[in-house]
Design a binder for this molecule. Structure first.
Ligand code: UD1
Ligand code: CA
Length: 486
């Protein structure tokens, strides 16, 4: 990017101040569990909500709080699949080969986390948590000089969550214990203040005391939540801070919970786009993934899907039933109903559909048209070129101002190999032509309708590739008369 004149890359001060000693903070994300309640062969944290894996949301949020090198993901169940899926994020992985509970997960990470003053814990199955909330927990923890700080929330239906048992008077920040659903008394189950699974720990204190956890509970696991009682007994300060938005701590233990979070994320995405000047009719019918970008004054009609890393420019209109994945659309593009597009690039002002199928590698130039029942794959269609009806264009380089008639086919496959078709600027391809690749049509040439073109056509030539028409005068009448005589 160009720099403003006079801007220096670094300000080199001669009397530089020594760096202030700061707290080293690590974020740990627990993602080793199986997710038994989902009844799935896939690891829980790789299930998708809002168009990407649950764990990818948590990692992205963690990276807003600390750099990737200070993020540690605990993996176990299907560890290699999880590691592979998250490899590009640059975070660290710690293997918990046997999953003996959330407390055990942190025991396994002891070595990786030694040297951090503060350890923030997130659960890999709760994707809505925000960076602001994590920072609030971290700062509250520091301000309170606490040993353990947990984020709590008041839930309408607290069933299944650990309950926060506060110390003494109501309104006290201090916590005595966290009681899991299965171990809670009837009285404790009425408590709607739940443990979210977001914590800040004093690093050294955590590892001096973590071996005091036991497995004396209904699951026979080391519960990280029991650290509250462990610290409380050791007269160390445990505090809770309540989230303002109980929605952000929701977990995904069941498919139903997962789909609720998916709907929430997508509506939130629509709201964000509306905020940025995009019109979305009936937003609850649209499926827009978290990483999608859309420019202002673009109109999105009902039942549109914008998926993956799709970027749509400004002033576009995306009409109903279009499904657009990982594609880049310039400004002022019109996508008519029912257009399917994957890994494609569309120039400004282009018009697509209805019912066009743009397969990976389709590059449509500025102001070009791709019409109904046209399929494209690995092609370049130049500026202002038109393929409006019933056509297959694959492995082709098509110049500017080209007209591709209805029913044109690039015969790109000989049963073994794929071959290239080149159509230069200003070519006119008549309807129902078959272009047998490899073949090249020179600049400004004409292809007569219904031609089968097997040889290169020079620039400005006219090529016919069809049988000459013959006419038998009176033939039809004679046939009719013969039939009558029988
Ligand atoms: C946990 C908390 C509960 C809290 C709830 C919030 C405990 C004991 N309970 O319950 O207080 O209200 O989360 O959602 O912590 N995991 C590992 N290794 C293990 C076990 C679990 O990495 O050995 C991971 C899981 O993959 C998951 C997370 O830890 O991402 C939480 O485990 P889960 O079994 O879902 O705990 P909950 O029963 O939901
Ligand atoms: Ca959970």
């Amino acid at each position: 990017m160009a720099k403003a004149p006079g801007t220096k890359t670094k300000s080199k001060s001669s009397q530089s101040v020594p760096p202030r000693p700061r707290t080293a903070i690590a974020v740990v994300i627990m993602a080793a569990g199986k997710g038994t309640r989902l009844k799935s062969k896939h690891p829980k944290v790789l299930h998708e909500v809002g168009g990407k894996p649950i764990l990818a949301h948590v990692i992205a949020t963690a990276e807003k709080v600390v750099p990737a090198r200070d993020v540690f993901v605990i993996i176990g169940h299907e560890a290699e699949r999880v590691r592979e899926a998250m490899r590009t994020t640059g975070v660290n992985f710690v293997l918990q080969a046997e999953q003996r509970g959330t407390g055990h997960a942190l025991m396994v990470a002891r070595e990786a986390l030694s040297g951090y003053d503060q350890i923030i814990v997130l659960y890999g199955d709760a994707p809505l948590i925000t960076a602001e909330t994590i920072r609030r927990v971290s700062e509250f923890h520091a301000a309170q000089k606490a040993t353990m700080t947990l984020l709590s929330a008041d839930l309408e239906n607290p069933y299944g969550y650990g309950r926060v048992i506060r110390k003494g008077a109501r309104g006290s920040a201090e916590v005595q214990a966290i009681v899991e659903e299965k171990s809670a008394t009837a009285q404790q189950k009425k408590n709607r203040e739940i443990n979210s699974g977001v914590y800040a720990f004093d690093g050294p204190a955590l590892y001096q005391n973590i071996d005091r956890l036991s497995t004396a509970n209904p699951h026979g696991e080391y519960y990280l939540t029991d650290m509250a009682a462990v610290f409380h007994r050791a007269h160390k300060k445990v505090v809770a801070i309540k989230t303002a938005d109980a929605g952000e701590v929701l977990g995904t233990n069941t498919r139903a919970e997962m789909m609720m979070l998916d709907a929430r994320l997508r509506l939130a995405k629509c709201r964000e786009l509306l905020e940025q000047g995009v019109t979305i009719f009936y937003p609850h019918t649209c499926v827009i993934d978290s990483d999608v970008e859309v420019g202002a004054d673009t109109i999105i009609e009902p039942f549109v899907q914008l998926l993956g890393k799709t970027k749509v420019g400004a002033d576009c209109r995306i009409r109903s039933y279009s499904v657009i994945g990982n594609s880049i659309l310039g400004d002022g593009v019109t996508v008519r109903p029912g257009t399917i597009m994957e890994d494609s690039r569309i120039g400004a002002g282009a018009v697509l559909g209805p019912y066009s199928h743009l397969r990976p590698g389709s590059e449509v130039g500025e102001g070009a048209h791709v019409g109904n029942f046209v399929e494209t794959k690995k092609i370049k269609l130049g500026k202002g070129s038109k393929a409006n009806h019933l056509t297959y264009l694959g492995d082709a380089e098509i110049g500017e101002g080209v007209n591709i008639g209805a029913g044109t086919i690039t015969c790109n496959y000989d049963g073994v190999n794929k071959h290239q078709t080149v159509i230069e600027d200003g070519v006119f391809v008549g309807s129902d032509s078959t272009l047998v690749a490899p073949v090249k049509i020179g600049r400004g040439a004409y292809i007569a309708a219904a031609s089968c073109i097997t040889e290169d056509v020079p620039a400005d030539a006219l090529a016919f590739g069809r049988a000459r028409q013959s006419v038998k005068e009176g033939w039809a009448r004679q046939q009719r008369e013969k039939r009558k005589q029988r």
